[in-house]
Design a protein around this ligand. Structure first.
Ligand code: UDP
Length: 458
């Protein structure tokens, strides 16, 4: 813990697991650097202050009705939050800024997807630094959405799925980071808000490291005239700081303790992605037929079609699972990935999961579902070459073959070796003089230099 800076930072996370975790990890990093931390959070997926007693928490009403809050349409939910939170957020921020009993506020750090936060902060004359919780490479694609639309790549047409995208030679049309092939105008507005909203901000933080996404970071620096701070992977210096919205089932760690080194396939598709019943059964049969031990996270709401949890699985499969498998509703993922028994991560390639796997040197089977996951999966398989991509809709035979390639064949050995090399790079970036270490130093100095702006104008 560094000497206290006598300055407070106000952080505003988007209320989804994949956004809360990195924001709280960032909060912990900056707390260790000597800043006091205040978190503004919505009622929706409300945070539990007792989990971080060294931070101050303020809850705002998000104005969502019960049906809006429970709807499965994530895009609609985010759009609603961007409208309904404006006034409660403005009131809360204004009251925090005027509270002279607390340390002065150095800046607001808000999630890039909460694009309204920038203009609210501008009006209250508090500088903003924006956090993009996704990777830099996918961000460059989001930022190019207007051109991609102009050129007719999106909305995605079935006849062009395999066509390479001229602006992004690694990507095919089907790898573009959309939610659905035919997006609504609402989606484009949201992407535009995210990739433009921070132009008047004082800086952009990425949960990545220079060596991993050098090209994309270079491109962003060229196009956006604000300082860019790649200071990830956030969870490295602050391993225990995320805040699960579901209860973590620790029993899986005891189970992992009884498995052979590098033998287990860990399967998890994050906190939002869902699969259909046919896919669910193919995955189950593929895992059973592979004869490898596996740990599978199945969130109760993650199977489309009304099934509650495991009732779709035939009894013969469940018996097989009892011998070789372990199914939980939510795992302590970072602990799982760092466990010596885990040999492969079958992931949806959400950015946090991808980074967590890279940091532990665990090779991946990539099955992206939507948005940035598509781009992340291409980087894992074709650029960093630390995983293999499984097409969505793969059948049990393809799944079994994929597991064999990665866990038993020479190709898998090579992928494993590259994963370990990349892990070493990730480890180095936080050592004294490493890229993220230096970038974090730069961020701290930058935040402290913003003071003159706040206090000069208020
Ligand atoms: N996670 C977890 N336990 C699980 C599944 C996921 O702790 O059983 C965590 C995971 O470690 C990651 C986050 O939830 O930090 C998911 O974020 P990601 O960006 O990978 O995917 P998203 O949920 O946003 O699609």
């Amino acid at each position: 813990m560094e000497q206290r800076k006598g300055r407070r930072l106000i952080l505003f996370p988007l209320p989804f697991q994949g956004h809360i975790n990195p924001m709280l990890e960032l909060a912990n990093i900056l707390h260790l650097k000597g800043f006091s931390i205040t978190i503004i959070h919505t009622n929706y997926n409300s945070l539990n202050p007792s989990s971080h007693p060294h931070f101050t928490f303020h809850s705002i009403s998000d104005g969502l009705s019960e049906s809006e809050a429970s709807a499965k349409d994530i895009l609609r939910l985010i759009s609603l939050l961007n409208v309904k939170c404006v006034e409660p957020f403005r009131e809360c921020l204004a009251s925090l800024l005027s509270d002279v009993s607390e340390e002065p506020v150095a800046c607001l750090i808000s999630d890039a997807i909460f694009h309204f936060a920038q203009s609210v902060a501008d009006r209250l004359k508090v500088p903003t630094v924006v956090l993009r919780t996704g990777g830099a490479s996918s961000f460059t694609v989001f930022a190019a959405f207007p051109q991609l639309r102009e050129k007719g790549y999106i909305p995605i047409q079935d006849s062009r799925l395999e066509e390479p995208v001229s602006e992004f030679p690694h990507l095919r049309v089907k790898d573009l980071p959309v939610l659905k092939r035919w997006e609504s105008e609402e989606c484009y507005q949201l992407v535009e808000g995210m990739s433009n909203g921070f132009k008047t901000s004082k800086g952009l933080i990425f949960n990545t490291f220079e060596e991993l996404e050098e090209q994309a970071l270079g491109k962003i620096r060229q196009h956006f005239p604000i300082p860019i701070f790649p200071i990830g992977p956030f969870h490295f210096p602050t391993a225990s700081s995320s805040l699960p919205l579901s209860t973590e089932d620790e029993s899986c760690i005891t189970w992992l303790n009884s498995q052979a080194p590098k033998s287990v396939i860990y399967v998890s598709f994050g906190s939002i992605a869902a699969i259909n019943e046919a896919q669910f059964l193919e995955i189950a049969w593929g895992l059973a037929n592979s004869k490898q031990p596996f740990l599978w996270v199945i969130r109760p709401e993650s199977i489309h079609g009304g099934s509650q949890w495991l009732e779709l699985l035939p009894s013969e499969l469940l018996e097989n699972f009892n011998v070789r498998g372990n199914i939980v509703k939510w795992s302590p993922q970072k602990e799982v990935l760092s466990h010596p028994a885990v040999g492969v991560f079958w992931a949806h390639n959400g950015w946090n999961s991808t980074l967590e796997s890279i940091c532990e040197g665990v090779p991946m089977i990539c099955m992206p579902c939507f948005t940035d996951q598509m781009v992340n999966a291409i980087y894992v398989t074709n650029i960093w070459k630390i995983g293999l991509q499984l097409e969505k809709g793969a059948d049990r035979g393809e799944i079994e073959r994929m597991i064999r390639r990665l866990m038993q064949e020479k190709e898998g050995e090579e992928i494993k070796a590259r994963s370990l090399k990349l892990m070493e790079k990730a480890n180095l970036c936080f050592k004294r003089g490493g890229s993220s270490y230096q970038s974090l130093d730069g961020l701290v100095k930058h935040i402290l230099s913003l003071e003159s702006f706040v206090f000069g104008t208020q």
